[in-house]
Design a protein around this ligand. Sequence first.
Ligand code: SF4
Ligand code: SF4
Ligand code: SF4
Length: 342
Amino acid sequence: MSHYLMVETHGDPLGAIRQVLKSIWSNAKLEFVLAPTNGSPEVIQSPNIVHLPDALDSFNPFKPLMTSNTAKYLPEILQRTEAQSMGVLLRPCEMRALLGMEKNYHLHTKNLLTIAFDCLGTYPLEDYYWRTERKGSPDQLTQESIQFARQGGIVPYRFRSACQVCQSPSSDDAHVNFAVIGLPIRQHIMIILREKSFENLLVGNGLTIKVAEQKVIDDHRLIVAKVNERNQRVRERIRQGMADVLPMSFEALVEAFSKCGDCQKCMLVCPTCALHMPIRSASGGYLLEEIVKWAESCGGCGMCDQVCPRHQPLSTFFAYLRDQLDQENLLSNIPSKSSLVN
Ligand code: SF4
Ligand code: SF4
Ligand code: SF4
């Protein structure tokens, strides 16, 4: 059962997060951490294997840029490493992709400590360039995002299309989840632990950490729910606006892939496909069950959209088709009238 803690930040939420991360590293005896190069000024955000906790002093989970999915690198690292304990820092869409890989493709993550952060949204690369230039630095651009954490982020239509339809910008699925949405983060943030016993990971960081007040938990949940509802409405608007071009079923999506030839660019950037490439039939078409499994495992990061030469909004198709599957599951779980009577 999840355990909710609040951490006083004394006006420096990023500093507090880095301090907590270092204590987690030391208490979990991590041998290395896979972290995106988020604090650095580079605009290509390739994940790095970090061997020293002090390297996290520049880590910035709220930098509004995402150019690769960190979870994509995990299958190979997990297969090669002999480490007894390693960590990974993830956005919620990356965490969802990892869960999809565990559930649908049996990825073994035994020695992996997952740490996820609320996401305040990310810009398309070209927007990121001019916004950083206008603000002066990536850190100042980040500060703009952080300012709006309490409201759930800044005006969403500026973000990448995947962020506008994001299933949820918050996660409680990682071992340790840092929550900032809906909270006055210059005073405190929240840490959601997957199990109470993980409290041991936070010992010795010099910060004041206590059990979260119910109001703090409720404020976070309320704003996350509002963001999720808003994103759901955007998905529905896209569906209505693109009804004549969106594949409205998995069969139609498989048919749409038949026009792609041997491209596979979307698959080469996708974490799920790093573990398992969708299988094709002898005639070259993709098998329906392979595409269904891929869509079910998709975390919605939108990396595929960014590389598609045909400008196919694949993450939006998948989100829509997942909504359909959820609806079907919901309907199939509603008891029939006769069973209610009985
Ligand atoms: S898809 Fe969601 S979690 Fe991923 S970068 Fe966008 S807002 Fe963040
Ligand atoms: S299909 Fe696209 S949106 Fe989904 S996890 Fe793969 S790259 Fe991300
Ligand atoms: S990147 Fe676009 S064109 Fe290429 S296989 Fe994927 S959906 Fe098709």
